[in-house]
Design a protein around this ligand. Structure first.
Ligand code: PA5
Length: 441
């Protein structure tokens, strides 16, 4: 069956009646979400129009865009992936190749990982004098981020560090906040009620996004519009509940590998953001927990698709189709005596890409493989804001359908503690002892 659902969402492989089995669980998940919201613990929900958070972040980001050639984000996970996804979706494509006068903002880099080869290469190639470092860490204690900061401090010297660094961290707690207070750094807060992977519309995401010259106000507007739609209590009318619900329904049928498959290069990094959001929020029980994957069309038709089309029946694909590409390119007519060229001439690359998506969805459906389709009118700030909020709300709702707390990440914390123990952080002695008792792999 092919079903057009609320707004931009459609699904192959479900009928309207299938949702009945989910209604009771959906009502209970809705109640839990609204209780959390009422208690102020669902911080991400109010972000799209929270001017007290948005405006200082945008002012700072815009100032950095004027003052600096480069902005380097020192942050990892939720403190990097959201801004990276938005900037690669909406920033100037290959803008780094343009001279400053033709760019709309600073060049923003996300070294993200603590891989020494990447970080060394980046620092050696940048003109550090015209570079701002944004240290983004909610806890203020993440080893990867703080190590990068220590390297930067040594390269810049401590007085330049204060002039060229901004901290984005918890408003009160954490080691980075203490340095900020002691040394008088510029800083903005990440509200304690907003989890790292839900923080793209806090200063953690908005400062780098605005520094890149991206229209962050429209991004927030789009998110606010989607939030309004995600407030409907009914499963069938709420796009986030539908998206979360569809995934849970298919999961119950053994489809627990969830693939996000946008047909737009611009959304490639949204895939990475989704993987973190879905995995860290929902993967915390030995009996349930979907595995997220990301793909990009049409590229991954020549890689992952074989497995999706004929491999085990354990996957659900969510396509994202873009109705109107930002730029289209006509395919010229030539060699028309050859069929392989003739039918392409006169079409556009955008049309080809969309036909690839439709063809792939139809081929999967013919093979008895379901899929969801989210249609975006175009990849602009509003639609991307809508898309991000849609997945955030769907994740929160799905967490309660899966019976897990979508807002913690105890597995990530354990690995952080053991890493610190290995490096001899005081206070980690008990963890170090535990590690010493294990045979090394
Ligand atoms: O979503 C999360 O909470 C995590 O992925 C964090 O964002 C990540 O571990 C980085 O943490 P922090 O921002 O405290 O440095």
């Amino acid at each position: 069956a092919s079903l057009a659902l609320e707004g931009q969402i459609g699904v192959h492989g479900l009928s309207a009646g299938d949702f009945t089995s989910l209604e009771e669980a959906a009502e209970s998940a809705h109640r839990k979400l609204w209780e959390l919201r009422g208690s102020g613990a669902l911080g991400f929900w109010s972000l799209p129009d929270d001017a007290a958070i948005r405006d200082p972040a945008l002012e700072l980001g815009e100032e950095l865009a004027r003052r600096f050639e480069n902005v380097v984000v020192l942050g990892i996970g939720g403190s990097s992936l959201g801004a990276k996804a938005v900037i690669s979706a909406l920033g100037d494509r290959f803008g780094d190749l343009l001279p400053r006068s033709r760019r709309s903002g600073a060049r923003v880099f996300f070294p993200d990982n603590s891989d020494p080869a990447t970080f060394t290469a980046l620092l050696e190639r940048l003109d550090l004098g015209s570079t701002c470092f944004l240290v983004i860490t909610k806890s203020g204690s993440t080893a990867e981020t703080l190590s990068q900061l220590l390297v930067v401090r040594e390269r810049l010297g401590s007085s330049k560090l204060i002039q060229q660094t901004v901290a984005i961290t918890d408003p009160e707690e954490g080691p980075l906040r203490r340095i900020v207070r002691e040394e008088g750094w510029r800083s903005l807060p990440i509200p304690p009620s907003v989890g790292g992977r839900f923080s793209v519309l806090t200063a953690a995401g908005l400062v780098p996004i605005a520094a890149a010259g991206v229209d962050a106000r429209s991004l927030c507007k789009g998110a606010a519009e989607m939030r309004e739609r995600c407030e409907a209590p009914s499963l069938r009318k709420n796009p986030a509940y539908l998206l979360g619900g569809i995934h849970r329904l298919f999961d119950r049928r053994g489809r627990n590998i969830h693939v996000l498959f946008p047909y737009a290069d611009a959304l490639r990094d949204v895939g990475d953001w989704f993987v973190q959001l879905w995995a860290e929020s929902l993967g915390k029980s030995e009996t349930v927990g979907p595995t997220p994957l990301r793909a990009v069309g049409a590229t991954d038709q020549h890689s992952l698709l074989q497995l999706l089309a004929q491999g085990p029946q354990d996957k659900l694909v969510s396509f994202i189709g873009v109705e109107e590409p930002a730029t289209d390119l006509e395919i010229p007519r030539a060699w028309t005596e050859h069929e392989a060229f003739a039918y392409l001439g006169g079409k556009t690359l955008g049309r080809l890409l969309d036909a690839e998506r439709q063809g792939t969805a139809a081929a999967l459906a013919e093979g008895g493989r379901p899929s969801v389709t989210i249609r975006l009118p175009r990849v602009d700030a509003r639609s991307v804001g809508e898309l991000l909020f849609l997945w955030e709300a769907a994740t929160a709702f799905a967490g309660f359908l899966y019976g897990v707390d979508p807002f913690n990440q105890p597995g990530v914390e354990a690995s952080k503690q053991l890493t610190q123990a290995l490096l001899g952080r005081p206070g980690s002695e008990a963890h170090a002892k535990r590690l010493a008792a294990r045979p090394s792999p």
